[in-house]
Structure formats: structure tokens, C-alpha cells
Ligand binder design. Structure first.
Ligand code: ADP
Ligand code: ADP
Length: 209
């Protein structure tokens, strides 16, 4: 199954993808995670994109498209994939069409107020990328990752100024993809305001059809 998860930052795409990858036995490919791994490893690409990620702007299409193209060629992506956070522009969607075919685009729908609550309370484990929320999905011990025991961090781009910018970037550059994919008949809207278990169940039901 070749899936794209579309929707604003903070809508819960990564949270659902981490369940769906096991359910469908396909890799979860998050372009944000790929970029953050490059930054952590201090690679040339990481150095190039570090300031862009911190501000909440988009990495240039050429860089992003080349990275995804390479990732989709890896063996595990032959049986399918969940693309989370890609495409984010029309140019990226056009490029993806040349690389592979899609079975569905899942559009996570959530209002702005709820998005801000989710992003501002998000905490992550830097080494594994596991995501928590201070209120909605807290770790067993406050501020500590359940698995590694490491201190959780707040992403730079989950601080207030960057959140504002990311939501504006989403509206201008990514939201047009909803109409783009709706016109192909591939788009399914999912109400992302329910609990992760309910969102996951709704998605599985919708994708069965
Ligand atoms: P979120 O999970 O909050 O939606 P991501 O982890 O997907 O955020 O992305 C973090 C950042 O990585 C983005 O703000 C952007 O700077 C960069 N990024 C991720 N995916 C893309 C993409 N498809 N095109 C351009 N930049 C991207
Ligand atoms: P995205 O990948 O779309 O940026 P995440 O999956 O990282 O979103 O979720 C953003 C924040 O909201 C995280 O702190 C996560 O724990 C929390 N979250 C995700 N899904 C839900 C949900 N259904 N209800 C409440 N909080 C959620």
C-alpha cells in the first residue's frame, strides 16, 4: 500500500503513522525525521537545512525531492510506504507522480486552535524521535522518555514564533495539495480531533473501501 499523509503540522500524522506502519507492515518515511537525522549527524545536508528547519520554512524542493527519491529506492519501500510530510508543495507532488503511484492520500483535518495546543505541548526523544504530549500523551515520568530514560526536548520549531510561521507556510504552500489530490479521487478526509485509537480505526475502515 502506497500512502501519503497530508495535513497541517501537529495534526497527528506521525502518531498515526507509527501505528499504521505495523498494521500494514510498510515503512514510515517522514521527511522531517530524515532532515533531523541529517542535522543530528552533522552531514553536509544537515548543515544546509538546520536553520531552515528551526525557522519553520520549507527546505527547497530540489533538495527534498532528491532525498525522497533516494529513500523510495531502498528495498523496504518496495512493498509500500507511508509518506509523512511529503509532498508539501505542488512541485513535490508532481515529482512524486513521476517516481511512483499512490493508493490513497489521507488528509488529517484539525482546526487551528487544536493544532496550536498539540504543537506547543509536543515533546520528543531526540535519539529515537518518539513523540509525546505533556497533556494528551504524557510519558510515565514527566520529561523522561519511557524507553531510553533520556530527557525529552521541545523542538525549536515547536516554539511559538516558529509555530505561527509553519501554519502560514502550510496554508500558502501545502493546503493547495488538498484540491490537487481531491481532483484525482485519491483523497480521503479523516477527522483528526478524536483520540489516536479512534483516528487509526477510522482510517483503517476508510482505506478498506
Ligand atoms: P510536522 O511533523 O510538525 O509537520 P515535520 O517533522 O514534518 O513537521 O517537518 C519539520 C520541518 O522539516 C518542516 O518545517 C520543514 O522545514 C522541513 N520539511 C519536512 N518535510 C518537508 C518537505 N516535504 N518539504 C520541505 N521541507 C520539509
Ligand atoms: P504531526 O506528525 O502531524 O506533526 P504528531 O503526531 O507529532 O503530529 O502529533 C503532534 C502532537 O499532538 C504530539 O505531541 C502528539 O503526542 C499529540 N497528538 C497526536 N495525535 C493526537 C490525538 N489524536 N489527540 C491528542 N493529541 C495527539
Amino acid at each position: 500500500m502506497n500512502l501519503v499523509f497530508l495535513g497541517p503540522p501537529g495534526a497527528g500524522k506521525g502518531t498515526i503513522a507509527s501505528q499504521a506502519k505495523n498494521h500494514y507492515d510498510i515503512p514510515h518515511i517522514s521527511t522531517g525525521d530524515l532532515f533531523r537525522n541529517h542535522i543530528k549527524g552533522d552531514t553536509d545536508l544537515g548543515k544546509q537545512v538546520k536553520a531552515i528547519l528551526a525557522s519553520g520554512d520549507l527546505v527547497p524542493d530540489s533538495i527534498t525531492i532528491a532525498m525522497v527519491e533516494q529513500r523510495l529506492k531502498e528495498a523496504d519501500a518496495k512493498k509500500g510506504f507511508i509518506l509523512d510530510g511529503f509532498p508539501r508543495t505542488i512541485a513535490q507532488a508532481d515529482a512524486l507522480k513521476e517516481m511512483t503511484s499512490l493508493d490513497a492520500v489521507v488528509n488529517f483535518v484539525l482546526d487551528r486552535e487544536e493544532i496550536i495546543k498539540r504543537l506547543s505541548g509536543r515533546r520528543v526523544c531526540k535519539s529515537t524521535g518518539k513523540t509525546y504530549h505533556v497533556v494528551f500523551n504524557p510519558p510515565k515520568v514527566a520529561g523522561i522518555d519511557d524507553e531510553t530514560g533520556e530527557a525529552l526536548i521541545q523542538r525549536d520549531d515547536d516554539k511559538q514564533d516558529a509555530i505561527e510561521n509553519r501554519l502560514n507556510v502550510y496554508e500558502k504552500q501545502t493546503e493547495p495539495l488538498i484540491a490537487y489530490y481531491r481532483s484525482t479521487g485519491l483523497l480521503f478526509d479523516i477527522d483528526a480531533s478524536a483520540s489516536p485509537e479512534e483516528v487509526m480505526a477510522e482510517m483503517v475502515k476508510v482505506l478498506k473501501k
